[in-house]
Design a binder for this molecule. Structure first.
Ligand SMILES: Nc1ncnc2c1ncn2[C@@H]1O[C@H](COP(=O)(O)OP(=O)(O)O)[C@@H](O)[C@H]1O
Ligand SMILES: [Mg+2]
Length: 237
């Protein structure tokens, strides 16, 4: 847990990591507006592990992209760590995204020509917390995900599970307040998927805040809370 969150807890103030108010998003297809997210209210507190479930095409990735500031909503409010993202300039938004959010994707999204260690360190080239030795941090993380022996391998020289472990280490390099994972086990066999979930579960036990999209009901056992998305709204009944 980072210093900021633990200080907040000590003085009994807890700012939500995510607060979505009446969020909506539609896509323009031809000359039609197709509503994808209709009115989403969601609050995620520090240290929570939230699983987002829903049928394919229900807008899970769209929601994730809004929370990760990769896309903007058509209406409503996104407040991350107490900051209304709509009030931030593009550079401020890029900084918030780079320092406070760690992304993990279904297809790993590693840079093919970079080694394990270089991939893990990559986010720090654009955004870095002052006073942190990125190389040292990357070396600690590569050990944490059990890939010390493969720190000089390229992604193509590793299995899917190993690549996803690199991606998780990369997501942690700037010590983010939030980890967003979109179907992180979707391209993995179930045994490897369980190993990846074990890492997320350990991160959660250490106090990390995680929002994970999954279509696999078995994986939701790791989460504190499940949010079901259906027809553009949260449907927890
Ligand atoms: N850029 C886009 N333009 C138009 N439609 C899109 C775009 N991105 C997603 N969609 C549509 O939005 C719906 C929700 O997509 P998505 O959020 O990827 O769903 P999920 O992740 O739950 O499977 C789908 O019907 C998809 O076709
Ligand atoms: Mg998706």
């Amino acid at each position: 847990m980072d210093d900021k969150n633990s200080t907040d807890m000590k003085i009994g103030v807890s700012v939500p990591v995510i607060e979505l108010v009446n969020l909506c998003k539609s896509y323009h297809v031809g000359d039609m507006d197709v509503p994808i997210l209709k009115s989403i209210d969601l609050k995620v507190m520090p240290g929570e592990f939230v699983a987002i479930m829903g049928p394919s095409g229900s807008g899970k990735s769209t929601l994730m992209n809004m929370i990760g500031c990769l896309d903007r909503p058509n209406c409503g409010q996104i407040v991350l760590m107490g900051r209304d993202v709509d009030t931030l300039s593009d550079p401020e938004l890029a900084k918030l995204r780079g320092l406070e959010i760690g992304f993990v994707f279904q297809n790993f999204n590693l840079v093919p020509r970079l080694t394990t260690l270089q991939n893990i360190e990559l986010p720090t080239y654009a955004n870095k917390k002052p006073g942190v030795d990125s190389r040292k941090k990357a070396e600690e993380l590569v050990e944490m995900v059990g890939l010390k022996e493969r720190m000089n391998y390229k992604p193509s020289e590793m299995s899917g599970g190993q690549q996803q472990r690199v991606a998780i280490a990369r997501a942690l390099i700037n010590d983010p307040s939030l980890i967003l994972a979109d179907e992180p086990t979707g391209n993995l066999d179930s045994v490897t998927g369980d190993e990846i979930m074990k890492i997320f579960s350990d991160l959660h036990k250490k106090g990390r805040t995680i929002v994970m999209i999954t279509h696999d009901p078995d994986l939701t056992e790791y989460a504190d809370r499940i949010v079901y998305l259906k027809d553009g709204v949260i449907d927890n009944n």
